[in-house]
Ligand binder design. Sequence first.
Ligand code: CA
Length: 238
Amino acid sequence: MTQAMFLVLVVEDDAGIRGVLRTLLESRQYRVVEAENAARSAIEARTHRPDLAIVDLGLPDRSGLSVIREIRSYSSMPILVLSARTMEADKVAALDAGADDYVTKPFSAPELLARVRAALRRNVRGGDVAPTLAIGTATVDFARRLVTGPAGPVHLTPLEFRLLECLARGAGMIVTQAQLVREVWGPDRPGDSRGLRTYVRLLRQKIEPNPDHPTFIVTEAGVGYRLRLEDPAAPPAS
Ligand code: CA
């Protein structure tokens, strides 16, 4: 599927930001439909059946959260939220309401496009992990459960591997602490966020070129972690 086939619904009351998003998305051959409030977004979403929605949380008529819940009541389309940088609680609430990821304002163009690509990729692939994944200088073979670094095989414990798998399933996207704890430790043996931090640190030591300054397994303060495969500063590969 080429990008030209993807339609993006932009729900944002600020006309300036809507314009920036339209220009940016159209420059990458996405098609764009705009809604300036929640009521309009419901009409546009049902009429145009977009492939992805970008939803601002602060809308004039209803909250962006209600827009997310409404879309989720009938569609599994990926939803990206636009939120202010410091509003961690808002981000978590949006993810709980069914959003897939968020972009913090002010956003950079490469960052926004990377999020859009990741969200559409996961939707098209149906959440499967790619059979192999290059993470910097390391290669992960998920089928054979092998990790190879520049110096040869890297041993991961089963728990570390599950953690990596869980991050890779949402590659490029936020994975919340709660989600990681649930999927890595299982529903019956709940871990805790301290245990999670410990295992993230261990995993970074094995995967990251510089574990003290992680560039692939990045922390999203107060929310979770993101396996970042694209360098947001680099031009897209396509
Ligand atoms: Ca707004």
